[in-house]
Design a protein around this ligand. Structure first.
Ligand SMILES: O=C(CO)[C@H](O)[C@H](O)COP(=O)(O)O
Ligand SMILES: [Fe+2]
Length: 221
């Protein structure tokens, strides 16, 4: 099973996004958290900023939409050229139609679950998406502690994917660091967002590689 490290630029130096993206050129995707102050109590950036950084990013963009009107906005991010667009299941009126529309624009479709949302109601639509994002903190802010209570949900998602022989990536987001990534990998995650761990490190590039080695070692176990 492949491993992907997708650092979040949420807590990077936003006055120099080009420079901050250059630091993570060795990662797989740059994770971009879009917040609307409705779905979550925080406001970040939207389509114009994503369009501005797409041509200067050395790696593809992974958009995490924490917005209420996902059906209306998600396809535009795919059309703009993001490689992956993830909407929240709780915010999508028609998740299957939305996933198909994202894929139609050539992007991978992701669906995210808040900590309070179980995976079971969604197992039948897993075949329609390319990635399931399991939030391991309450969405809204970087720098929070990893919720160990999400480990059973990651395991349940991995079982559902294995049982159905799906080609679906399982991403975890929130509180991923050297001290938590192995637990998430053991539970079945294969794609790891890390914000403060990467941008708070002395050497962001080295931190990406350290996280990658730890996760890879668990999957080879
Ligand atoms: O979606 C998010 C918050 O809602 C962020 O991607 C996440 O919190 C990353 O930051 P950190 O690794 O510091 O937890
Ligand atoms: Fe995120």
């Amino acid at each position: 099973m492949g491993i992907r490290i997708t650092p979040s630029i949420l807590n990077s130096d936003v006055s120099d996004l080009r420079g901050e993206l250059a630091k993570i050129a060795g990662a797989d995707w740059a994770h971009v958290d879009v917040m609307d102050n409705h779905f979550v109590p925080n406001l970040t950036w939207g389509l114009p900023v994503v369009e501005a950084i797409l041509p200067v990013s050395p790696i593809p963009l992974d958009i995490h939409l924490m917005i209420t009107d996902a059906d209306r906005w998600a396809p535009a991010y795919a059309e703009a050229g993001a490689q992956s667009v993830t909407f929240h299941a709780e915010a999508a009126a028609a998740p299957i139609r939305l996933a198909r529309e994202i894929r139609k624009h050539g992007a991978r479709a992701g669906m995210a679950l808040r900590p309070a949302s179980p995976v079971e109601p969604y197992v039948e639509l897993l075949g329609e998406i390319d990635m399931l994002l399991i939030m391991t903190v309450e969405p809204g802010f970087g720098g929070q502690s990893f919720l160990d209570s999400m480990l059973p949900k990651i395991r349940a998602a991995r079982r559902a994917v294995t049982d159905r022989e799906l080609d679906l990536w399982i991403q975890v987001d929130g509180g991923i660091s050297r001290s938590t990534i192995e637990r998430a990998a053991d539970a079945g995650a294969d794609t790891f967002v890390a914000g403060s761990a990467v941008y708070g490190a002395e050497d962001a590039a080295a931190e990406v590689e350290a996280l990658r080695s730890l996760a890879q070692a668990r999957h080879e176990h």
